[in-house]
Design a protein around this ligand. Structure first.
Ligand code: IVH
Length: 681
């Protein structure tokens, strides 16, 4: 054998081994995801899982030719923005007829008996998950498309986002699934993830999600699938459609779906009589409160597919199913007074302080009234009796007023005109419902709020300073702004009451350690209005240092991905204030990071530097937008039309004949997507 033949066969062997290992890791990681996210019984620890994932990522990076959009490595999502394509549903996504009374569920059972000419039937009882519905299409056991309900006729294709949900199987187990089928379910945000998300949003002074349903549907429609992946969505499945389903009844089909890897609720129960249905309702009306996800009712479905077919549909819903909705829990309580609270950004939030009342197991004493418009639309008067609800909404919500209980002389609630803390005349931001205190640098709750934000875990992570300590340090005059933190001495801290040596030590060390916090987090920590965590990251990576950022105009800033005009103007305004520039300088002299280190990048290279590339046709591995972003990430320029100056045409399927002819006549190199991916890898 010649040297070259020997080398070639050696390479073939290595390639074959790599392919086998990739296949093995994909199957294993999918199995462990299913064990963890669906069965709640992991077989291996996080570390082992992460190591397998890392190995697969490395192998896939070495072999882009074996990329598979369904590989578990693709569940992390992508930072690339794209708008959604709409498609028509194969079968319209109808809703369910619903009722709030047990009696009407009985009527449904009797109606069904009579429509089936007295024939006996089984009924399946299920939870009604309170999320957002999704239709998944599987072909040959692989997820090919995920579509939202939309208007019922057509919905948005959200496959990339859905792929980040770890409990959804990308490839099915077993072999008895139909060649092609559709399965429908509900995408939900579990209570614990919902609470975590809202805490985070409260901290960042972003509007809170009223309930997990809004949070789930908002998340599913996010443009950035990497953010979707971080949010912790889950999904339960309840309806399968298609030819060649494994069984002739709904219950067994769902059990088959469970075997193939889908999450199907354990509450699902097969019943025969009205009494069993009543008992099911009574049981779950109570026990649903212990479930990890929000439910807003129960669903009852005729089990036999033949009987379902006989019963058919009305224009809006199936005649073979009904939803029983749980009553939202509501209480009536007296408004003591409305307080007005000042946040870090100066926004004034009105809060209803109530006579304590028990609602869904918790005592409610306060409820946000959000803004002046809400107080006006509910027409709340002093000491009114207010309805407080807490249905699917974990946050108590004022839903109305019992006007009959209003006492004469109690006038409408007046929104404050001046800041309740510093007395400054409030301003209303154009186009927004919020009133704001403009005294940014003299209003103590705003200053303390900014200090609290600065020291927070996800910002400078200064150990030892919490909400209370930040307030204490400010009130004792030890700090007036975030830069003062870097001048604190051990002696100053020790003289404060309640401050032991150890606490003082902790703070000094926390401040010292914060000098190593990367620039992107420093940028977030500064409390520039509208610059959140993700925005700060994008900015830091684009500008690389604070001097560049401070010198930029709003027009230049909006050129940065995800930076809109409102954020851009806010950044310019922030740095136009001499106090802020001074703070930045003092932080810089204290040693705080004001630039990105040279070697920190997000996979950017200059492999395509100076190259002008035209994209044409449709692609398999990435969308056109993704290719555009990849060209830019690697230093190239994406241009719209072919000219002498074009270096490459990145051609997918169905490249336009005119473009092909022009590129050929100008002698421009035409590359396919695999070649392109190799060029940048
Ligand atoms: S069956 C043709 N089962 O409720 C009927 N729907 O009001 C298909 N939902 O759009 C739906 N849990 O988003 C069904 N166990 C369940 C459900 C359920 C929640 C949602 C679903 C649907 C809406 C109908």
């Amino acid at each position: 054998m010649s040297y070259f033949c020997a080398m070639e066969s050696l390479w073939d062997n290595i390639f074959e081994e790599d392919k086998k290992r990739i296949d093995f890791l994909r199957v294993e990681l999918n199995r462990h995801n299913h064990n963890y996210y669906v069965l709640n019984s992991p077989e291996i620890g996080d570390k082992e899982f992460d190591m397998m994932m890392k190995e697969l990522e490395q192998l896939e990076a070495q072999h882009p030719e074996w990329d598979d959009p369904l590989s578990p490595t693709h569940r992390v999502g992508s930072d690339i923005n794209k708008s959604f394509i709409q498609v028509a549903h194969i079968h319209p996504m109808l809703s369910l007829g619903n009722t709030y009374s047990i009696e009407e569920v009985g009527d449904f059972m009797r109606r069904t008996t009579s429509s089936l000419m007295g024939e006996e039937f089984e009924i399946v009882g299920e939870m009604k998950f309170d999320g957002t519905s999704i239709s998944l299409i599987y072909e040959h056991g692989k997820l090919v498309r995920a579509v939202t309900r939309g208007d019922g006729e057509k919905g948005d294709v959200v496959t990339d986002n859905v792929k980040t949900i770890k409990s959804i199987p990308l490839a099915l187990s077993g072999d008895d699934y139909p060649e092609k089928f559709e399965i429908r379910g509900e995408i939900v945000l579990p209570w614990n993830e919902f609470e975590r998300l809202n805490k985070e949003r409260e901290f960042n002074e972003e509007p809170l999600f009223a309930n997990p349903r809004n949070a789930a549907s908002g998340t599913l429609k996010m443009q950035n699938s990497a953010e979707v992946a971080r949010r912790g969505l889950d999904a339960y499945f309840y309806y399968m459609l298609g030819d060649g389903l494994p069984c002739d009844n709904h219950y067994d089909n769902l059990m088959a779906a469970k075997r193939w890897g889908f999450k199907v609720s354990d509450a699902i129960t097969l019943m025969r009589s009205v009494d069993e249905v009543d008992a099911f309702i009574n049981k779950w009306d109570v026990e649903r409160k212990n479930l990890p996800v929000a439910t807003d009712g129960l669903v009852f479905k005729v089990n036999s597919l033949r009987q379902q077919l006989n019963l058919g549909f009305t224009a809006k819903s199936p005649r073979w199913a009904i939803a029983y909705k749980f009553q939202a829990e509501r209480a009536l309580t007296r408004l003591q007074y409305v307080s007005f609270e000042v946040g870090r950004t100066g926004v004034i939030t009105p809060v209803a302080n109530l006579d304590a009342v028990l609602l869904s197991g918790t005592i409610v004493k306060r409820a946000s009234l959000h803004n002046e418009d809400i107080i006006r639309s509910l027409d709340i008067h002093e000491h009114d009796m207010l309805y407080v609800e807490k249905g699917g909404e974990i946050i108590p919500k004022i839903t109305g007023v019992d006007e009959s209980a209003r006492e004469i002389g109690n006038g409408p609630i007046q929104f404050v005109k001046h800041c309740p803390s510093c007395g400054t005349l409030l301003e209303r931001i154009e186009g927004e419902a919020a009133w704001v205190c403009p005294n940014k640098y003299g209003c103590s709750p705003q200053i303390i709020g900014r200090i609290e934000h600065f020291v927070g875990r996800r910002m400078m992570n200064i150990d030892g300073i919490g909400e209370e300590t930040a307030g204490l340090l400010y009130e004792k005059g030890l700090i007036r702004n975030i830069a003062d933190l870097y001048c604190l001495s051990h002696e100053q801290l020790r003289v404060l009451d309640r401050f032991a040596d150890r606490s003082a030590e902790r703070i000094i060390k926390g401040v010292e350690d914060s000098k190593n916090v990367p620039f992107e987090r420093v940028l977030f920590a500064l409390s520039i209005p509208y610059v959140g965590e993700t925005g700060a990251k994008k900015l830091a990576r684009a500008v690389r240092d604070i001097d560049t950022l401070m010198a930029m105009t709003a027009e230049q800033l909006v050129e940065i991905e995800d930076i809109g005009p409102r954020i851009a103007e806010s950044i310019v305004e922030y740095f136009a204030e001499p106090v802020n520039r001074e703070i930045v300088e003092r932080l810089r002299s204290a040693g705080v990071q004001m630039s990105m280190p040279e070697d920190v990048d997000d996979g950017r290279t200059n492999r395509l530097e100076g190259k002008s590339i035209v994209i044409s046709g449709t692609f398999t591995h990435h969308s056109r937008d993704e290719y555009k972003a990849l060209i830019e990430k690697h230093g190239g320029k994406n241009v719209g039309s072919i000219s002498k100056k074009t270096d490459y045409v990145l051609a997918g399927e169905n490249m336009g004949p005119a473009k092909l002819e022009k590129a050929t006549s100008l002698g421009i190199e035409i590359i396919d997507e695999d070649t392109f991916l190799q060029m940048i890898s």
